[in-house]
Design a binder for this molecule. Sequence first.
Ligand code: FES
Length: 110
Amino acid sequence: MGDEAGWIDVCDLDRLKAETIVRVAGRDLLVIWNEGNVVACERACPHEQADLALGQVTAGRLNCPRHAASFDLRDGAITAGWPSRPLRLYPVRIMDERIWIELQERQPGR
Ligand code: FES
């Protein structure tokens, strides 16, 4: 575990590949295996805070377990027509087959 604003070590890449969605210990964040990429995002749905750790990943989108909205895992965009902000995404790094995420919201284009 690192500092509040630094990088934190989450889990092995193999574990994420096996489980698809892994909770980040001690933080309300998730890492997701999506079409060969690792994505880090917040755990609470921006709509009504459903637990997205219980959601499903299909065709590049994270589907909320409570309502019909889903989020594009490339940029966090919510399904058209839903009155909520996008899902927050966080920078990811893979080092020695371990996944690290930065505790700072990803800026567009990073
Ligand atoms: S709580 Fe996730 S779409 Fe409503």
